[in-house]
Design a protein around this ligand. Sequence first.
Ligand code: PEP
Ligand code: MG
Length: 560
Amino acid sequence: MILQGIAASGGCAIGPLALIEQAAAEIDVTATSTRPVEESLARLTAAVEASREDIELIAATARERIGAENAAIIEAQLLVLDDPEWHEPVVEAIHEGATAEGAVWRVSQEVAAMLAALDDPYLSERSADILDVGQRVVGHLTDRRRQVPTAGAARDVIIGAYELTPTDTLDLDLEVVRGIVTEVGSRTAHAAIIARQLGIPAVVGAKGLLDAVSSGDLVLVDGDRGTCTIRPGEDEADRARASTAARAAREVVVDPVSTRDGVAVQVLANAGSLADVERAVAWGADGIGLFRTEFVFMQAATPPDEDEQAAHYAAIAEAAQGRPVTFRTLDIGGDKPVPGLHVEAEANPFLGVRGVRLTLANEDLFVAQLRALARTAAAFPGIKVMVPMVSGLEELDQVRALLAEHAPDAAFGFGTMVEVPSAATIAPELAEEVDFLSVGTNDLTAYVLAADRGNTGLDYLYDEFHPAVLRTLHQIRSGAGATPVSICGELAGEPRALALLVGLGYHQLSVSGPLVPEVKSAVRELTAAATAEGVAAVLRARRRSEVDAALDILAQLGMR
Ligand code: PEP
Ligand code: MG
């Protein structure tokens, strides 16, 4: 049985399932306490303090394991314990006769539900934090802590849960846990972000999971495809084990790589935090081809000012140790809100005010970012800056006018992303006006096919290997002439796409960090000159099945 969920953290893992129970699940929130109110309040205080100590300890581990900025996710939970909107109703409910655990769990659920109902991804993450804290306090009150497998437990297990909290994720023992699957959650949930940082394959939002499994069942988590196979067949299990072993044994290649016939292919990494950059360097990335600056904004309570951004970007550039870094200016919109920044709700956020449209409409915000990036470039050569969601030359004109006025000495290479079909069509004109282009295949695929990339109901349609997408990639690369063009969408890391992309003339690929070693090894196996005939056949393909057949032939040609 295969459950389709959301691919939250890449890689495959197979093993027996260890189900995590919710400590608070059986709490009767309507029960009346038999203890005196004073005693219940004292229990509450003790449990809150014990929880505070837990969270401080976990935050300290988090700082070591996932870097200070990601640890802020955990530190934010301390604020919940002190938040009067959580604390006061709990005390009130105890005064009204509730048990301490009943009061904590009821109020936590109510506050969380209220935040979740606001339909704002940032606030719904806060809602997950409140439930996480509520569970922890209830765990102390009832002496029933959530049991997360730690050292001494069975090895190579897959963690299954209704939902995994950020602190659960950090508690996992990496020696024991091989993968994660949850019934609810999103790719941007904090637990998913932490799983990616830790390199644990994870699938979230696998609906029906808890009804379909029991602890001990063999499950296969495919964090690249977003699937969870329950009790896989032997062949499938062997394939997954082989792929996991190959990944574990991959060689880290620090030097730049070329194909067998000497075509240099730069293999860069995508990153969103300092920890990502540090890992990318360790995996042998030749640089950072896409630094998503929105994460710097999403993890702060208010938008960071110019000085704060300059300090942050300098730390990123420093961590890249002289390798080039391409910063992408803020790419947010109705779908990716930023705390402290008002973004109008729109009927069609993906066709709305996002990326450069939003930053041009918020000039102060944009100018602060451009100036911070200019300061970074003054100190670190090799810094580039690119603008997301560009649809025409006018937007670039406006960005340039802002730069001329507010950061006239900016010394960074200036480029644009190509992720809107109009930009693909005018690639020759864009290429004449910028230092480089970078193709965002994630959005480009969505816009070429008019299929939302996050809509699981359209999975069958959202396909980077659709003939129209592949021909668009050809159109961009050939239209851009001598201007460098990289690919920074997920397609760049697809093994099946490598020979095609190199054959089309894409010699800069920016991939998710853990894929760098694999892509570098594959480049060294490839003979670029042998791919021409196969590339032409792929571009002639009319249906997806023909694309597949042509890609198979291309793979054989490229390996000659
Ligand atoms: C893309 O659209 O391909 C891209 C790299 O940007 P993001 O995934 O951040 O939208
Ligand atoms: Mg994009």
